[in-house]
Design a protein around this ligand. Structure first.
Ligand code: GN1
Ligand code: MG
Length: 368
């Protein structure tokens, strides 16, 4: 059997476990996302109509306790559905044992509804960006009274920047693949900004920034849009919904969307912060959240963009030095290219912090 036939058979088996009715037609891999493997599977139902689903093979290297990930998702999707029943929601199918996952020899599988939509990996359409901001802001508002003690920490210390730095130090020390000499310059820069990059987590520890329920992975490709109206349909990828700081969601979204280029662009001279995109996202995000945020949270939103970008530089660098066990790569230097791209963006953010802060103040006051 070749790879595609093998995959066909595997996915058909998984669909059967989730009791999907009809005839399996085909599948395509959706290459969005750096962690899990995602497939769209296409069926013809018994009434002759086509119907598609999304099947995912959860990465259990990243998510050591995937059952807990699914428990979080069950709670959160149910809660969101109860609060806004008319909105399109992610719907995870159950196995005969009433589980939203299935552990096979070949992976940890889940299956949910396919939602016809468009999705952007790079986007400079300001209306789309504003709508992404609205969607992530609304997501956080809807979960503002959710009992956070129900949630597992699916990746311990996920955005604990201090811990990320400590881990990088240990990995540099061990240098398991002999890569450190070649990345000295990048490492020197990363460590030179450590205190600034750790300011959010430090402020949280000092009791100045509160925990909320956050998404924690707010790349614009984690929102599905209506291609005609450009409105956001639904926020997806709930694997990392956990207690977190508001800046994690704001900052990560800016890191990804307000870069002039993709996060793995090898042409460093093209990397840069797009302040128009920054403004559009801030306008959407703050529309409903501004009144609920503390002054310290608003004051650190611009900084959070830098923090998340530096943190990603740390994480990509760590993975590169370790031989790429965590992020999917398309070529051996991929994580190094991603690191350099984050460093270039983070530098630009530092240089333009005042402008970002000014925009946040304007948007928070409703004068965007
Ligand atoms: C991963 O899987 P994906 O692409 O949504 C990662 C994020 C990073 C992102 C960088 C669980 O997200 O934290 O910001 O790659 N998710 C996890 O592209 O580590
Ligand atoms: Mg993700």
């Amino acid at each position: 059997m070749n790879h595609s036939q093998d995959m066909n058979a595997k996915l058909a088996r998984v669909c059967k476990v989730f009791r999907i009715k009809g005839t399996f037609q085909s599948y395509e891999e959706i290459k969005v996302g750096n962690i899990n493997r995602t497939y769209k599977v296409n069926f013809i139902r018994d009434d002759g109509k086509p119907k598609s689903y999304i099947v995912q093979d959860v990465n259990t290297y990243a998510f050591k306790e995937p059952v807990k990930v699914m428990e979080n998702i069950d709670y959160v999707t149910e809660y969101l559905h109860q609060k806004s029943p008319k909105k399109t929601a992610l719907h995870f199918h159950h196995t005969r044992e009433r589980k939203t996952y299935f552990v096979g020899e070949d992976g940890f599988w889940r299956l949910f509804n396919y939602i016809p939509s468009v999705n952007y990996s790079v986007c400079d359409d300001l209306e789309v960006v504003r709508n992404a901001g609205l969607a992530f802001g609304e997501f956080q508002m809807l979960l503002s009274d959710f009992d956070a003690s129900l949630l597992h920490e699916t990746i311990p210390g996920f955005h604990n920047t201090r811990q990320r730095y400590d881990k990088l130090r240990a990995v540099v020390e061990a240098d398991p693949c002999g890569k450190v000499a070649e990345v000295r310059e990048e490492l020197d820069w990363i460590f030179s900004v450590e205190d600034t990059a750790c300011r959010l987590i430090d402020m949280h520890r000092q009791g100045k920034l509160p925990l909320r329920v956050t998404h924690n992975d707010t790349k614009i490709n984690n929102v599905l849009f209506d291609g005609d109206t450009k409105e956001a349909i639904v926020v997806i990828d709930l694997d990392t919904v956990m207690p977190g700081l508001v800046g994690y969601d704001f900052g990560d979204a800016i890191r990804f969307a307000a870069n002039d280029v993709a996060e793995d662009c090898p042409e460093i001279e093209k990397v840069g912060l797009n302040l128009e995109v920054f403004r559009a996202f801030a306008e959407g995000f703050l529309k409903h959240t501004a009144s609920t945020l503390l002054p310290e949270e608003l004051d650190t939103l611009a900084l959070s963009s830098f923090v998340m970008t530096a943190e990603l530089a740390v994480r990509f660098m760590d993975d590169y030095i370790q031989g790429n066990p965590y992020f999917k790569i398309l070529y051996p230097e991929h994580n190094l290219v991603r690191t350099r791209c984050q460093i270039a963006l983070a530098k630009d953010m530092l240089a333009r912090m005042d402008e970002m802060e000014q925009i946040v103040r304007e948007c928070a006051a409703g004068n965007c």
